[in-house]
Design a protein. Structure first.
Length: 283
């Protein structure tokens, strides 16, 4: 069984981003990310901390803007517009989820697609659906999965890929990127009947739901590649994915650990997207 080591591959991606950051700096461009945090969602606090730490490693300037949880959609949109207009800012990341009173799609729509380092704006999502040659600012987790599989030379073309989870953040973009690479895609979601009948067919099973042990060993075939994108905190305080890692490891050809798998790749690919944005904006 191959352990898909996200930590190791992420370090490589970040080192490459740092090389490109140094080139930009020698040309007078100081790549900068602004993270907008609304409220104090505990998971968001952890994720933002990881993003800011990696920026330091990659030599990227970062600014952490906090807004009160009582803000309106208009308040956040005004903040985003100011960042769009600031030529010293290359990446804008509005951490999700936003409070219930905020219209999230309107906030996403306000972000300049060139500074959309999450790849969540309609322009960037629409463009990537056209094909691999149109993928540029891709959502970081989906990009991270693709790069992790590439690194371990696990081919996607012609494979049965089953994506469990159909969110705009992970499931839908990852399904599109797999389709762009010639896989046959099944996307399962909360309304799917008989989940196991789908997961058992998977050559590559990607799971991004947020439910510990959703996928058990009886739900996968021998030789499967499992990409576990779930993050769940157990009662013991430890992090767990959405799959039964121990039991599935006995059947799988390859599997990602949690932690140390896809999560690390997400943050690394954010660094790559900031570099792409800084390059695009500085020509
Ligand atoms: N919340 C959970 N994942 C993400 C992400 O990748 N980007 C943003 N902005 N918010 C998130």
């Amino acid at each position: 069984m191959i352990l898909l080591d996200g930590k190791k591959v992420a370090a490589k991606v970040i080192a490459q981003a740092k090389v490109e950051v140094d080139v930009l700096k020698s040309a007078g461009v100081e790549p900068k990310l602004v993270v907008v945090q609304v409220g104090e969602d505990p998971a968001s606090v952890v994720y933002i901390g990881q993003k800011l730490k990696r920026c330091i490693e990659a030599g990227i300037i970062s600014e952490h803007m906090k807004m009160d949880s009582s803000v309106t959609t208009e308040d956040i949109v005004a903040r985003v517009h100011a960042l769009n207009a600031d030529s010293g800012v290359h990446g804008i990341l509005v951490q999700l989820p936003l409070p219930a009173q905020v219209n999230t799609p309107l906030v996403m729509k306000a972000i300049d697609p060139k500074k959309d380092v999450d790849g969540f704006t309609a322009y960037n999502v629409g463009k990537m659906t056209l094909g691999v040659e149109f993928e540029k600012m891709t959502p970081c987790t989906a990009q991270g999965v693709i790069e992790l599989l590439d690194e371990y030379q696990i081919p996607v073309e012609g494979k049965e890929v089953v994506m469990v989870g159909a969110s705009n953040v992970v499931g839908k973009p990852l399904a599109i990127m797999m389709l762009n690479r010639g896989a046959t895609i099944t996307v399962c979601h909360i309304k799917t009947r008989d989940l196991a009948s789908h997961t058992r067919r998977a050559d590559i099973l990607c799971v991004a739901v947020g439910k510990r042990n959703l996928i058990t060993a009886d739900m996968v075939k021998d030789g499967v590649v499992v990409v576990d994108i779930g993050i769940n905190r157990g009662e013991d305080g430890k992090l767990y994915g959405d799959t039964d890692f121990e039991a599935i490891s006995q059947k799988a050809y390859a599997i990602t650990p949690v932690p140390g798998g896809v999560g690390q790749m997400t943050v690394a690919c954010l660094m790559s997207n900031i570099v792409k944005a800084a390059k695009t904006l500085s020509v």
